[in-house]
Design a protein around this ligand. Structure first.
Ligand code: MFK
Length: 194
């Protein structure tokens, strides 16, 4: 099977414009939603991704694989690794553009097994924008920022109105946020208050 990647981004794009309120490089981002499986601190066996803003439309994230994340014995489940990349790429898009967006397409190349106890160092980059379509890619290195590449991912995010979440989200979870807005970070941009 050929591993030659298709042209990326797959359509003509504009260079992304960093939002004036995008976090400064070095800013620790923290969970965007307490119950997010990717980053939320209220999810016991979630991925607890830790993300930091960086230069040049980039986000750095760390994901440490626990026993709860196994697929094969002692190895991370591929779907959870894809989830980690979805989260890191979503943070890349959301933090740099400060605009709500959802994943439309996510492709992942698994290059090396990722053992329980190891940490993936993920770097996500915003690659371009074409209307509502936002393209981002990421690489995950095993054990250290300069470790061997274990995964690569590419994603299309589609910007949406906040109505997307109000229309589709479960009412009791939206009510919980209305009652306790501290469940959401970035409230000035992602205020879901039905
Ligand atoms: C700081 C914040 C950090 C946040 C981190 C969160 C990380 C987690 C992110 C997620 O996991 S989000 C949850 C998973 N994703 C979803 O639930 C999205 C479900 N899909 C939808 O709701 C809709 O399909 C979607 C909003 C993506 C698009 O529907 P729309 O009706 O709004 O738009 P449309 O279908 O016209 O698509 C807009 C453009 O995107 C293109 N597009 C959409 N999906 C595509 C796809 N899969 N492949 C290729 N292109 C696609 C589509 O062709 C079109 O291109 P053009 O503008 O050129 O016509």
């Amino acid at each position: 099977m050929s591993r030659v990647p298709p042209v990326w981004p797959p359509v003509e794009v504009e260079p992304p414009q960093r939002h004036p309120d995008a976090p400064e490089p070095g800013t620790k981002l923290g969970p965007h939603y307490a119950h997010c499986f990717g980053c939320g601190d209220a999810v016991e066996h979630g991925l607890h991704l830790h993300t930091v803003a960086d230069e040049d439309m980039t986000i750095r994230a760390k994901f440490t694989v626990t026993e709860a994340h196994q697929g094969a014995p002692g190895l991370a489940h591929g779907g959870l690794l894809a989830c980690a990349f979805d989260e890191a790429l979503g943070a890349t898009v959301g933090e740099q553009l400060r605009q709500p967006a959802v994943t439309g397409r996510l492709e992942t190349d698994f290059l090396r097994p990722v053992p329980v106890g190891s940490t993936l160092h993920i770097v996500g980059h915003l690659d371009g924008v074409a209307g509502r379509k936002v393209y981002a890619s990421a690489e995950g290195r095993l054990g250290a920022p300069d470790g061997p590449v274990a995964l690569r991912a590419r994603a299309l995010f589609v910007t949406v109105d906040l109505a997307h979440f109000v229309e589709h989200g479960r009412a009791e979870d939206l009510r919980a946020i209305a009652e306790d807005p501290s469940l959401l970070r970035n409230r000035q941009h992602f205020n879901i208050n039905p």
